[in-house]
Design a protein around this ligand. Structure first.
Ligand code: SF4
Ligand code: SF4
Length: 419
C-alpha cells in the first residue's frame, strides 16, 4: 500500500503506465514493456500562442499541409497498431497537440468506435491534454461518458496565467480556461492541472497552489520552462537538445536557483497540509524512487525511449521534446512501432539517458533519485568540464536535500507495505 494513488493525464506520471508492466512481465512479447505515444490529431496547430511554447514551430516541418489534421486512414492505422503492439491488457491513449480540441467531437467519436473495433479484450484508457479554451458541453458529455481524463493547462490565477498564455491575437485566456474548469467540475469529468512554471510565475508557488486547490484540483503536474534559441543570433528557432553550442535561454525560461526554491516552498506547504489528499507529480516520482519503485515520470527514470510522439501524418519521433528531423524514427505507414522502438537509434536514445551522465552525476548522492533528469535539459558542463550536466542540477540538489529526511522517514514507515 502506498498512501498515494499516483494519477496524471500525462503518461509520464500515470500509475497506469507502469502497473501493466509489472503485472504482465511474463507475457512473451517482442517488446516486454508498454510504450506510449503522444498522438497529435492536429499536429502543431493551436488556437493559442503561449509565449513559451516549444511545439508551434514544428508545423514548419510540414509546409505542404496547411491544416495538419490526422486523416481517417492514419487514425485507424494508429489505433490498430498501437493496441496490437502493446504487451499488456491495458492500453493508454494520449491525445496531445497543438490543441487537440481543434478537432470536432465527431473525430473523438470516431476514435471511440475504432478503439472498440480493435480493443479485443483489452481495457482502453484515454487522456487528452488541452488548453481548455474550446471545451464545451458536448466534449464534457463525451469525456464523462467514456471516462476520459482531461489534462488542463493552467498556470495559476489570472495575472500569472495570462502572463504567457495568450491567444493568436495576444489576448488573455484565463477567463475561458476558468470557465472550462467550471464545466469540467459540473460534468464531474476527471481532470488534472498541468502548470508550466515560467519566469513570470516562478516566484509565486503558494499562490498558484492555493488557487488550484480552491478550484478542487487534487492532481497537479508542474513543468519548468527552459528552452534555448539556436546559437546563431539571427535564428529564432529553438535549439535541438543535442546542440551544445547555444546557452541562449529564452526570456520565459527559469534561471538557475528558481526551480529549486519553487519546489521547496511547495513541498513545505504540501507536507504540512495535503499529504494523501493532493498529488503533485514531482513529489510522487521522487518518493517512488526513494522507495525503489518505478517513478512513473520519464525524467526521473534511469533510461527512457518508450514515450514516442506521433505527428498528424504518422511521422514518429523519439520523444515529444525531440521532434527534430534527426530524431525522426519513421512513419507509421511504412514502419511498425516495434521496428521503431527496437531500432538501434531509439535504443541508443533511451540508454543514453543513463550512459551519457557526466562524472558529477555519477558521483552524486542523489543519482538514484534524479538519474540526471531529462536529457533535453543536459546542456551544461559539470565541475570537471564534462558536457551533459542538467541545467536544473543545482535546483534538483536543493530539492532532494530539502526533502531527504521526510522521504527517508516515509520509506522507513511505509516502505515494507508494498514489498
Ligand atoms: S528525453 Fe526527457 S521527456 Fe523525453 S522520454 Fe527522455 S526523459 Fe522523458
Ligand atoms: S542532482 Fe545534479 S549531479 Fe545529481 S544526478 Fe541530478 S543532475 Fe546529476
Amino acid at each position: 500500500m502506498l498512501l498515494y494513488e499516483l494519477r496524471s493525464c500525462n503518461f509520464r506520471s500515470s500509475l497506469k503506465s507502469y502497473r501493466p508492466m509489472q503485472e504482465n512481465s511474463r507475457l512473451a512479447m517482442p517488446f516486454s514493456q508498454p510504450f506510449y505515444v503522444l498522438a497529435k490529431p492536429v499536429g502543431a496547430s493551436c488556437n493559442l500562442r503561449c509565449t513559451y511554447c516549444y511545439y508551434l514551430e514544428k508545423s514548419a516541418y510540414y509546409p505542404n499541409d496547411t491544416r495538419h489534421w490526422m486523416d481517417d486512414a492514419t487514425l485507424e492505422s494508429f489505433i490498430c497498431a498501437y493496441i496490437q503492439s502493446q504487451p499488456s491488457p491495458y492500453v493508454l491513449f494520449t491525445w496531445h497537440g497543438g490543441e487537440p480540441l481543434l478537432r470536432p467531437l465527431s473525430f473523438y467519436n470516431k476514435v471511440y468506435e475504432l478503439q472498440q473495433k480493435y480493443a479485443g479484450n483489452r481495457t482502453i484508457d484515454n487522456c487528452i491534454q488541452t488548453n481548455g479554451v474550446l471545451l464545451n458541453e458536448g466534449y464534457c458529455a463525451f469525456f464523462k461518458e467514456h471516462s476520459w481524463l482531461v489534462g488542463l493547462s493552467i498556470d495559476g490565477p489570472e495575472a500569472l496565467h495570462d502572463a504567457c498564455r495568450v491567444d493568436a491575437k495576444g489576448r488573455p485566456t484565463f477567463q475561458a480556461v476558468s470557465d472550462a474548469i467550471h464545466l469540467l467540475n459540473r460534468w464531474e469529468v476527471q481532470w488534472n492541472a498541468l502548470v508550466t512554471v515560467n519566469a513570470a510565475t516562478v516566484a509565486h508557488p503558494l499562490e498558484i497552489y492555493h488557487f488550484l486547490k480552491d478550484f478542487g484540483c487534487t492532481f497537479i503536474q508542474f513543468a519548468p520552462v527552459v528552452e534555448r534559441k539556436q546559437s546563431a543570433t539571427t535564428d529564432d528557432r529553438l535549439a535541438a537538445p543535442n546542440d551544445y553550442r547555444s546557452m541562449r535561454v529564452t526570456s520565459e525560461s527559469l534561471l538557475p536557483g528558481q526551480w529549486g526554491q519553487f519546489l521547496c516552498a511547495l513541498f513545505d506547504e504540501w507536507v504540512q497540509n495535503d499529504v494523501g489528499t493532493v498529488f503533485i507529480q514531482h513529489f510522487d516520482a521522487t518518493l517512488a524512487n526513494w522507495m525503489g519503485h518505478p517513478p512513473g515520470l520519464c525524467t526521473f527514470s534511469r533510461t527512457c525511449g518508450q514515450a514516442l510522439a506521433m505527428e498528424f501524418n504518422g511521422d514518429v519521433y523519439a520523444c515529444d521534446h525531440y521532434v527534430f528531423p534527426e530524431f525522426l524514427l519513421g512513419n507509421l505507414r511504412t514502419r511498425s512501432f516495434m521496428e521503431m522502438l527496437l531500432s538501434p537509434s531509439q535504443i541508443r536514445f533511451g540508454q543514453n539517458k543513463r550512459d551519457s551522465l557526466p562524472k558529477q552525476c555519477l558521483e552524486c548522492d542523489f543519482l538514484n533519485i534524479c538519474n540526471g533528469e531529462c536529457p533535453k535539459n543536459r546542456f551544461c558542463f559539470d565541475v570537471y568540464g564534462e558536457p551533459g550536466l542538467n541545467y536544473f542540477c543545482s535546483d534538483l540538489k536543493h530539492f532532494f536535500t530539502h526533502t531527504a529526511s521526510w522521504m527517508q522517514s516515509y520509506v522507513e514507515r511505509y516502505g515494507h507495505l508494498r514489498e
